[in-house]
Design a protein around this ligand. Sequence first.
Ligand SMILES: NC(=O)c1ccc[n+]([C@@H]2O[C@H](COP(=O)([O-])OP(=O)(O)OC[C@H]3O[C@@H](n4cnc5c(N)ncnc54)[C@H](OP(=O)(O)O)[C@@H]3O)[C@@H](O)[C@H]2O)c1
Length: 277
Amino acid sequence: MILVTGATGNIGSALLKELRARGEGPLRGLTRDAARAVFPEGVEAVEGDLAETAALGPALEGVRSLFLVSRLGPDADILEAARQAGVEHVVLVSSITVQTHPHLGPACENLAVEQLLEASGMAGTILRPTQFASNALMWAASIRGRETVHAPYARTALPTIHPADIASVARVALTEPGHRGRTYALTGPEPVTVRQQVEAIAAALGREVRFAEISRRQARERWAAVFGPEAADAVLDVTGGDVNDELLKVRDTVSRVTGVPARTFRQWASENADAFR
Ligand SMILES: NC(=O)c1ccc[n+]([C@@H]2O[C@H](COP(=O)([O-])OP(=O)(O)OC[C@H]3O[C@@H](n4cnc5c(N)ncnc54)[C@H](OP(=O)(O)O)[C@@H]3O)[C@@H](O)[C@H]2O)c1
C-alpha cells in the first residue's frame, strides 16, 4: 500500500493520477475532508490530520511506502508513527532552500525533518524542489479581475518547477529500485522571470495581462499580512532578494530520474489557464 499525503495538493494530486495511470497500487490518499476530496477511481480516500498523529492509525495501516509532504504536522511523531506501522520507505518533500539558504528558518526546519528521516531506520528518498510554477496561482484573483499583477524582483530568472515533475520523480522513487538513500535537488528546465510567467499566462488566456514591478518594501507589506513577517522575508530572499548560483542553477535531475524532460512554465500556464479565467 502506498499512502500519499498532501493528496489534494499540487504534487499529491498529480502523483495519485500518475500512479493510477500506471496501474500502481494499492493507493490511499490522505485528506482532512474526504467528502470534498476528488481522487482518481480506485484510490482509497482516508480522512486524517497530520497535526493529530495519534489518530493516524487507520491511514497508516498496511502502508509500506509513504509520500510525505513535510511540515504539515509534527514530523518527528509522524515518522515514528509510520515506522511503528511498518512503513519501509518514505519519499519526503523538502525544499532546495536546505542547500541554497540553510540559514533561513523554513530551511532549518526542512533539514531537521530530513535528518529525522535519515535516523528513523526507514529508507528515505529526499526531494528538494525549487519554487513551484503553481505559486503563480497567487495572482489568479487579480488576473480574473483584470487587475494589474504586482510582484518584486521582475528581472530575477529562477528555474521554476512544474509540480507534476516533482510528482513524476516521486512516482519513480516510490515504485522503481535504486532511489532509496538518495537526495534529489529538483528544478524546471529553464530560468523564468515573474514577468515571463505573467506573459505565459497571458498567452494561455489569449489576452493582455498587465504587470508592474513593486519594491521589496511594498511586497513585504502585502506578504507579511498573509504569511507573517519572518516567512515574508524568507520568501522575498529566495525569490530575488538574496539569490545565489546554487538557486539559479538549472538541474537535469527530473529528466535523469524520469527519462522525460522537465515541463516548462508555459506548459503549466496552458494546463492551468482556467484558474485565471
Ligand atoms: N511552493 C513552493 O515554491 C515550494 C518550494 C519548495 C518546497 N515546497 C514544499 O512543498 C509542499 C507543498 O506541496 P503542494 O504545493 O503540493 O501542497 P498544496 O497544494 O499547498 O496542498 C497542501 C496539501 O496539504 C494537505 N494538508 C494541509 N494541512 C494538513 C494537515 N494538517 N493534515 C493533513 N493534510 C494536510 C492538504 O490536504 P487537505 O486540505 O485535503 O487536507 C493539501 O493536500 C510544502 O511542504 C512546501 O514546503 C514548496
